[in-house]
Design a protein around this ligand. Structure first.
Ligand code: HEM
Length: 306
């Protein structure tokens, strides 16, 4: 099977640098070539600083994909889904390229970021740069452990990586990114039990509430969905907290073998059901960007770089 990019299923890191670029016109040949060079930069740092657990992802915006790789279409490629209802919306903010750099050392993330930007200079505009970090024992800035119900071990690959049903794109991954900003002042005014009901888990011990005890509006009820055959709908979340003393939030990243599960979960968060229930967490955190990407396998990027 084609080799997936290392950063898609990598274990959580201490630091990250998330870079969003738009490509200047008519640079497709050069960009195809340079994306392979970005993979070389990741590999170089991974070898030189093995202890830093370096990993990276190069992902191409679904709107830009057809320009970069004309005639080569992953089966389920689709723009970022557009959902809104009342004061809840998920803004669609497409980017041409998403480069995720992660390591257990902030200096290594920085050094890789500088090399990547130097390499792409002249062909792209850097439109977003966000530093992610691990907070306490893997908690979101709202205080809740994030990622507990993520698939683990080999299951990660099953959930996140395209298989042989789309042979030309096997080893790739559909990626959705949203930058959420939390309203910490409003969140911190809630009693802990109110916060726990919104998430559907206990805060300190991170224990899942029984299904019957979880309110219909809880985040885990709205996103813990089932497929038609009764199996659990799954995505691999690689989100990380970001922020400074003024602005705090979560850089949400979903990786999956199809865009469908993320789309259904986001819809269930935003669009109320027949009982008027939506994800109450959205009263305390707001998505400010939303972009869809495909991260092809290493083999695909290298093969099309020539
Ligand atoms: C501000 C943004 C978000 C925050 C802070 C957040 C936080 C959390 C937390 C604390 C949990 C419980 C522990 C766990 O990770 O299993 C959770 C579960 C989950 N979240 Fe989110 N989340 C966010 C956005 C999203 C979005 C946009 C989606 C998908 C569209 C999503 C999908 C899920 C799923 C599938 C679960 C596991 C549900 C289960 O228990 O089966 N989350 N999230």
């Amino acid at each position: 099977m084609s080799q997936p990019q290392k950063g898609i299923c990598a274990e959580a890191n201490l630091h990250a640098l998330f870079l969003m670029f738009n490509v200047m016109e008519d640079g497709e040949n050069i960009i195809r070539h340079k994306l392979a060079k970005v993979l070389d930069i990741f590999e170089h740092y991974d070898e030189e600083h093995y202890e830093a657990m370096v990993s990276g992802v190069v992902a191409v915006g679904t709107n830009y994909w057809m320009e970069l790789y004309p005639g080569l279409l992953p089966n389920d490629l689709a723009p970022f889904p557009d959902f809104s209802e009342h004061d809840r919306s998920a803004p669609v903010v497409p980017f041409d390229l998403f480069i995720q750099i992660r390591a257990d050392r902030a200096d290594i993330c920085h050094a890789i970021g500088i090399e990547v930007c130097d390499l792409l200079d002249g062909n792209v505009e850097l439109v977003e740069q966000v530093k992610g970090f691990r907070f306490l024992d893997g908690r979101d800035l709202t205080g809740f452990v994030n990622g507990t119900e993520n698939p683990k071990g080999m299951k990660k690959f099953e959930v996140a990586i395209v298989g042989d049903n789309d042979p030309d794109f096997a080893g790739g991954s559909y990626i959705h990114v949203q930058r959420y900003q939390h309203n910490m002042e409003k969140w911190n005014k809630l009693a802990v039990l109110e916060q726990e009901n919104i998430i559907g888990r206990s805060k300190d011990e991170n224990i899942e509430f029984d299904s019957d005890d979880r309110p219909a509006f809880s985040h885990t009820k709205r996103t813990g969905l089932k497929n038609a055959d009764g199996s659990s709908m799954e995505i691999l979340r690689q989100s990380m907290p970001y922020g400074d003393m003024k602005v705090q939030g979560l850089y949400f990243i979903s990786c999956a073998h199809s865009p469908q599960p993320f789309t259904k979960m986001l819809q269930s968060m935003i669009v109320a059901d027949d009982d008027g229930v939506y994800d109450k967490f959205l009263d305390y955190t707001t998505p400010e960007t939303g972009a869809a990407f495909f991260a092809p396998s290493i083999n695909f990027i290298k093969q099309h770089a020539k």
